[in-house]
Every structure is written in structure tokens, then in C-alpha cells.
Ligand binder design. Structure first.
Ligand code: SF4
Ligand code: MG
Length: 281
């Protein structure tokens, strides 16, 4: 992580491109929280990369004055991980929505958890497909009626926090776009964490599924005395779906793949390829 020598403010991360989201979209709150979080860490914008997939929230990199890649559907995590392996000096933030991360991209979430590469993922969850005009997503509630599910959704609902915890993700947190100060603090903590940080950012879509009132009522800060090293206690909070607990559920320091690769590359300097290949002569 490279810190800039001068004082940075949130507006130093804001690009000249104006967000094209609908008025009132929750993603505005997540964007502001990201500006704040990166400014709080005094991260140099030139040393920071924001990577996204496809979806409304994946327009995010255009609105950041950092480097950015608006990549391929569901592939924000592989692009972000590859970049960190090649350039461990950069700070990498992967962003996207519930469709991108939990539907087409779900396989990549599993492997990002196993590798524990030092990147931060901020997933803006509005429980709907916004870009394609309001079909159900993996996090839509059972029974939800849309144009594509006129008799109500007949599938169960994906639980992002419980999944991240059972995959052994090393930093698991939830924030809410309507509470950008708290969300900024989580983005700061997730970025400082050495390893894969997963931040579930509730981010309503007022155009196709307005969950602001429901989340205003159900978002509950995690108690100050919660033991974030206890995965089973974190799981109990995640399974209480009546509430949307907000804060750090779980964190654990363990070896990251980028660090392990760096150490192996140092050892590799003494590797004698001719001696190794002579076995096969
Ligand atoms: Fe935001 Fe929904 Fe509009 Fe997409 S459709 S920009 S998610 S409010
Ligand atoms: Mg969505």
C-alpha cells in the first residue's frame, strides 16, 4: 500500500465523469464512502486500481480518479487477483453488484476466498438486476414478484455473509449505502486488512426494488463486544435474517497468496534449472 505524501480529501478520488445512476440510487452512497475510505488511508490515487465487472454498480471505476478497469461480466475478482499477483505494490479494490458477484461470478468468490490474495471486494447488493430492468437476483427474497417472476420467486435466497464465512474469507463485513460514514470506515479496515476482504454493501435500487425503508428498519450495528475472531458467533449473526447486522463479522490474519508467491520468488533466485532438468535427460 503506497501512501501519498500530501493530505488527500475525498474529492481527490472523484473523476470528472458524472455518475449515470438513477437519482436516489444507493450506489451514490457507496461511491462517496469509497472516496472517504481511500482518503482516510491517504492512498495515492496513482497506486490504486478499482476493478469491476458488468452491471449498474460496475460503472463505478469511471467515477473514480484512480486507475480502473470496467472488465467482463462476473470477472472483477480474477482480474483484481491477477493484478495483485503481478503488482503487489498496488492497492486493488474490486467492485460490483449481487448479479455480478453471486450469480455469474460466484465461482470466483470461492477461489478468491481460498487464495486469500490481498484485495478488497465491495459488493453493492440491491437484491435485483438493475441494469436489465428488474429481474430477480440470487439475493432477491423468496416469493418476490417481478416481470420475470409474475407468480413470485420460487427459489431460496442466497446469504452472502454466511457464504463468505463458510468459505473462510479472512475479513467479512457489511455496510449500508445510507450510512456512508460507517461504510467508509469498513472500506478503510478492509483495505488495511492483509488478505481478501469481503464487504457486503447494502445498496438499494429505488427504480426496480426500493428497499430503503425495509433496510432503515432492519439494519442493526453489531454489538461493540462482538468477538470478530469467533467464526461461529459471526455465523449466528449472519443467519439472523430478520436483521441486517452491520459492521465487522469476522477477521483473521493468515498467509496471503501474493505474499507466499513473493517469498517463493526470492527462494527461486537460487533455483538451478539445468540441474532440475538433468533428471529428465
Ligand atoms: Fe441504481 Fe437501480 Fe437505477 Fe441501476 S436501475 S442505477 S441499481 S437505481
Ligand atoms: Mg443487483
Amino acid at each position: 500500500m503506497v501512501q501519498a505524501p500530501v493530505t488527500l480529501t475525498p474529492k481527490d478520488y472523484k473523476s470528472e465523469v458524472k455518475p449515470t445512476w438513477c437519482p436516489g440510487c444507493g450506489d451514490f452512497g457507496v461511491l462517496n464512502a469509497t472516496y472517504r475510505g481511500l482518503a482516510g488511508l491517504k492512498l495515492s490515487p496513482e497506486q490504486t486500481v478499482v476493478v469491476s465487472g458488468i452491471g449498474c454498480s460496475s460503472r463505478f471505476p469511471h467515477f473514480m480518479k484512480t486507475f480502473g478497469i470496467h472488465s467482463v461480466h462476473g470477472r472483477a475478482l480474477p482480474v483484481a487477483q491477477g493484478m495483485k499477483m503481478a503488482r503487489p505494490d498496488l492497492t486493488i479494490v474490486a467492485v460490483g453488484g449481487d448479479g455480478d458477484f453471486f450469480s455469474i461470478g460466484i465461482g470466483h468468490l470461492i477461489h478468491a476466498a481460498l487464495r486469500n490474495i490481498d484485495i478488497t471486494a465491495v459488493v453493492m447488493d440491491n437484491e435485483i438486476y438493475g441494469l436489465t430492468k428488474g429481474q430477480t437476483s440470487p439475493t432477491s427474497p423468496h416469493g418476490h414478484v417481478t416481470k420475470s417472476t409474475p407468480y413470485g420467486l420460487q427459489a431460496s435466497t442466497f446469504n452472502p455473509i454466511a457464504t463468505a464465512l463458510t468459505l473462510n474469507v479472512s475479513f467479512v463485513a457489511r455496510g449500508y449505502s445510507a450510512k456512508p460514514k460507517e461504510l467508509a470506515a469498513l472500506i478503510e479496515q478492509g483495505t488495511l486488512h492483509k488478505g481478501f476482504a469481503f464487504i457486503h454493501a447494502l445498496s438499494p435500487c429505488p427504480t426496480f426494488f426500493n428497499t430503503f425503508d425495509a433496510w432503515d428498519a432492519s439494519v442493526t450495528p453489531i454489538a461493540a463486544d462482538h468477538d470478530s475472531s469467533d467464526r461461529m458467533k459471526a455465523l449466528a449473526l449472519a443467519m439472523d435474517t430478520e436483521k441486517q447486522y452491520m459492521g465487522v463479522f469476522y477477521k483473521e490474519e493468515r498467509t496471503t497468496m501474493d505474499q507466499a508467491a513473493h517469498e517463493l520468488s526470492l527462494k527461486g533466485k537460487d533455483f538451478d534449472i539445468d540441474k532440475y532438468m538433468s533428471r529428465y535427460a
